[in-house]
Design a protein around this ligand. Structure first.
Ligand code: ADP
Ligand code: MG
Length: 321
């Protein structure tokens, strides 16, 4: 009996059910710069262990300000942060020992080789020298480690910066828009690397971006911030579900009575104003059917358009930025 119970517990452990914790949790986190309105406004984030968490929002949304608070560089005006199940206020140094941050472009010495740059960081941080080649390998720079960093591509420089941040072997890695300013190849390399660090080495990753496409390609979880407020949090699947959710379709016509009669065959018919009717088509195909039935019945309409839900509108804004 004991064996069976033990096996069950081990199985849960392996499945990450018993070990699953929240690595970052913010409770109504708020910050404002002097004399300004809240840059971060009662933000609640929950980052699961082992996730690649995409922190998505347009420019000026409050991503960097949040990350600076998570790194202890800014003090919250109100609310609190817990990391590794500990209060950030009370256990700051223990938390920072388990976390690495890449907030700004890494400072690199161009005249030194990639390896020499890492050696310098290793010495000044007092880390184990054995880690130097390990982290260079992690970021796929082993073959180029003896080349001058000044001759590296933008993506390679960024990867070298990541290698430096990984020297203390953190459990959590926080990156603020690491693909900013990179060409598509550089962006691809960073994405591959992030997924690798997560899958191969078990790191929890918190990464900000203003590009929905970037987040969709690599993240398991997403939090969206807009004007300092959290407006969505969930798995990447939940995000896709919201985005797919049924859209409304509106028709503007001067022949309301006739249109109303034809459209009564469709779901959720509603009068929006004197000249506008709204229906809820199941899919694109049904949208065409709606238009076809109006045309067949000889109803003249001036416009037919989709009404986007507010989250979708935000996605467009976020993606286009
Ligand atoms: N040092 C600062 N002084 C005053 N306002 C700032 C400062 N840094 C950022 N802000 C403002 O705070 C808000 C959030 O900025 P930020 O966190 O940098 O956004 P994001 O990283 O999402 O682009 C913006 O309105 C920005 O103008
Ligand atoms: Mg920023």
């Amino acid at each position: 009996m004991f064996c069976i119970v033990l096996k069950f517990v081990l199985c849960l452990y392996r499945e990450n059910i018993l070990t699953m914790t929240t690595i970052i949790k913010t409770n109504d986190l708020t910050f404002h710069f002097h004399g300004k309105q809240n840059a971060v406004n009662e933000l609640n984030l929950s980052v699961p262990e082992g996730s690649i968490y995409g922190f998505l929002g347009p420019n000026g949304a409050g991503k960097s300000t949040t990350i600076r608070m998570l790194a202890g560089l800014l003090r919250p005006a109100s609310g609190s942060i817990e990391m590794f199940d500990k209060s950030f206020k009370k256990a700051k140094s223990a938390i920072l020992r388990r976390s690495a941050y890449m907030i700004e472009e890494p400072t690199l010495y161009k005249h030194l080789t990639g390896r020499q740059n890492i050696e310098l960081i290793c010495k000044s941080g007092g880390y184990d020298a054995k880690r130097i080649d390990e982290v260079l390998d992690w970021v796929h720079l082993s073959d180029d480690k003896n080349r001058k960093a000044g001759n590296y591509s933008m993506g390679m420089k960024q990867r070298l910066g990541i290698a430096g941040a990984l020297l203390p072997d953190p459990d959590l890695f926080v990156l603020d828009e690491p693909t900013n300013g990179l060409d598509p190849q550089g962006m691809y390399e960073i994405r591959e690397l992030i997924v690798d660090l997560n899958k191969k080495y078990g790191k929890t990753i918190f990464i900000s971006s203003h590009l929905l496409g970037e987040i969709e390609k690599m993240c398991t979880h997403v939090g969206i911030i807009h004007h300092g407020k959290g407006i969505f949090e969930g798995s990447i699947q939940e995000l896709a579900d919201v985005n797919k959710s049924v859209k409304l379709f509106r028709i503007e016509t001067l022949q309301m009575e006739k249109a109303n009669e034809v459209l009564s065959a469709f779901e959720n018919l509603k009068k929006v104003d004197e000249n506008t009717l709204e229906v809820q088509p199941k899919d694109k195909e049904q949208q065409y059917q709606i238009i076809a039935s109006l045309v067949n019945a000889g109803v003249e309409f001036t416009q037919a358009y989709e009404v986007k839900n507010s989250l979708e509108e935000l996605f467009i804004q976020v993606t286009e930025n």
